[in-house]
Design a protein around this ligand. Structure first.
Ligand SMILES: Nc1ncnc2c1ncn2[C@@H]1O[C@H](COP(=O)(O)OP(=O)(O)OP(=O)(O)O)[C@@H](O)[C@H]1O
Length: 215
């Protein structure tokens, strides 16, 4: 991100003010900051859900403004947002398969891949075939992670990935997240309010008064 600023329409105050930052492959970066400081806004900009008022956001050196937004979102980045709801009436495997399909890549054995991805985050075949509605919060979060991996993105962004989870599940999810960065070389950017989650991160950045700084 280079000199990125953002103001919501009808609201004069800049939420983000000339922010510059690099997010590297192979690292987990945690973004912290007070409630209302702009963390979710920052993730929305990176995800291409919102356009910056000024400045440049580049993905592998290419300004995302010039990229096909749908393809960028469905193909290049894995998004784990709480508002990105899973289809509760469908099974975990169906949710992941749908995402593989939307990714648009020609993948043989979509169903098999869905089960492999789910197994990777600790969802066995029996749970994979259950409706998401009938899975616990922690299990649903694992399904959301598996879904975000469906097209093997290099960049993964997550808003409060362990938000409603107990300590054991938080550790389970953060171990998965760290492995994605450290073993698979992905770039993970997550927003958190939890001090314990920041301990799993390689880099911690804080948003304060519209500025982003390394802690
Ligand atoms: N659609 C919108 N229109 C106008 N203002 C908005 C909009 N969405 C968010 N804001 C404002 O922008 C600021 C940043 O919001 P944002 O959701 O990015 O904060 P946050 O750091 O993620 O907060 P939290 O930790 O509470 O989730 C807040 O002051 C919020 O009220």
């Amino acid at each position: 991100m280079k000199e990125v600023s953002f103001t919501y329409r009808g609201n004069e105050k800049k939420v983000l003010n000339h922010i510059s930052a690099d997010f590297e492959d192979g690292k987990v970066c945690a973004i912290v900051g007070e409630s209302g400081s702009g963390k979710t806004t920052l993730l929305s900009l990176i995800a291409g859900l919102t356009s910056s008022s000024s400045g440049v956001i580049a993905y592998q050196g290419k300004d995302i403004k010039h990229m096909n937004k749908d393809r960028y979102r469905s193909n290049k980045i894995g998004v784990i947002f709480q508002s990105y709801n899973l289809l509760l009436a469908d099974t975990a495997a169906e949710n992941v398969m749908l995402s593989i399909q939307l990714g648009g890549n020609k993948v043989k054995g979509k169903s098999q891949l869905a089960y492999v991805l789910l197994a990777k985050v600790g969802i066995d075949k029996e749970k994979a075939d259950r409706k998401v509605l009938k899975l616990s919060g922690g299990e649903q979060q694992r399904v959301a992670i598996a879904r975000s991996l469906s097209y093997n993105p290099i960049l993964i962004i997550a808003d409060e990935p362990t938000g409603k989870l107990d300590e054991k599940n938080e550790k389970g999810i953060m171990d998965i997240v760290r492995n994605l960065a450290h073993i698979e070389g992905k770039c993970v950017i997550l927003v958190t309010h939890s001090a314990s989650v920041t301990e799993y991160a390689d880099v911690v950045m804080e948003i304060r008064n519209g500025s982003l700084s390394r802690r």
